[in-house]
Design a binder for this molecule. Structure first.
Ligand code: PDD
Length: 281
């Protein structure tokens, strides 16, 4: 495998950043994960738009032009011969002697790009079975709209889910409403058949997969509401699912100790999953 690190393509096994990289010391960086589907990088424009926004919010510069980043991403995918998989892009504020203040202007941001193959068959098998999610108190900072590499709360919530038989954590705020997953956006389908997901400007990451699914829902003429839903409402939902570049549309069949619907993936989630790639760039 090949990775790209600050200007060079290197063997993945040897790919490394400096010990004084601010990503390593302060989690002072941002990232994107794009799906690679049949050799295509899915919705790269939207992912790079979001990267641009994340960088801007943290006042980190582009490590090179956006066109150059795009070129490198395609190169890494090609050099690793990935047809189906994921590409990871990380940009940090760069390497500088440890100091909380921003480094001097001449310190260049660091960039790392990696890619790996995933198994579409394994993903389909998982989707046919559905996943369990485990609720967890929302304990993240208020700027979850920025896709930063500061993911310790997400790590802890997801590990807790795993230790309770789940594949994803659902954050629940102090008023009992689900915000999002540890690395996914959260959805339910009510008994009346209405799709519900939390508004993007209310304490969640504006997921690219979420946006594509919303467009798909409109195209299909399905009824939906962008509003917060409670954990209780999720327990009583007909269906639930999560969305992310890493899992597309993944049916949820259990939330904590409650079975969702009949305990099998719902027809709406399954249909949205099947149609997903017809709606992407
Ligand atoms: N996670 N919410 C959170 C907290 C996320 O970390 C992610 C993505 C999403 C979904 O966003 P998108 O549809 O653009 O992938 C929502 C990535 C995939 C990860 O950390 O692996």
């Amino acid at each position: 495998r090949i990775a790209y690190v600050n200007g060079q393509y290197v063997r993945h096994a040897d790919a490394a950043v400096h010990v004084e990289d601010r990503g390593y010391q302060f989690a002072d960086g941002v990232y994107e994960v794009c799906e690679i589907w049949q050799g295509r990088i899915v919705d790269m424009t939207r992912h790079l738009d979001r990267l641009d926004r994340s960088l801007g919010e943290l006042r980190i510069g582009w490590p090179m032009t956006r066109a150059a980043v795009e070129f490198v991403v395609r190169q890494v995918v090609r050099r690793n011969k990935v047809r189906n998989g994921l590409v990871y892009i990380q940009v940090t504020r760069g390497v500088s002697r440890r100091d909380h203040f921003f480094p001097p202007e001449d310190v260049a941001p660091s960039i790392v790009v990696t890619a790996r193959s995933t198994s579409p068959e394994a993903a389909s098998a998982q989707a046919a079975q559905g996943i369990a999610v485990v609720s967890y108190p929302e304990n993240r900072w208020p700027r979850v709209d920025i896709k930063t590499v500061a993911l310790l709360p997400n790590v802890l919530a997801k590990q807790n889910a795993k230790e309770h038989g789940g594949k994803e954590a659902w954050y629940v705020d102090t008023t009992g409403f689900v915000t999002e997953g540890g690395s996914t956006n959260a959805w339910i389908v009510t008994k009346e058949g209405t799709l519900v997901t939390r508004p993007a400007e209310s304490g969640i990451l504006r997921g690219i997969t979420r946006a594509v699914v919303l467009e798909l829902i409109e195209k299909e003429g399905l009824t939906f509401e962008e509003r917060p839903f409670s954990l209780q409402e999720a327990f009583e939902a007909k269906e639930a699912f999560v969305t992310a570049a890493t899992s597309i549309v993944m049916p949820v069949v259990r939330v904590d100790d409650r079975m969702i619907g009949n305990g099998h993936p719902g027809s709406v989630a399954t249909r949205l999953r099947d149609l997903f790639h017809t709606a992407t760039d």
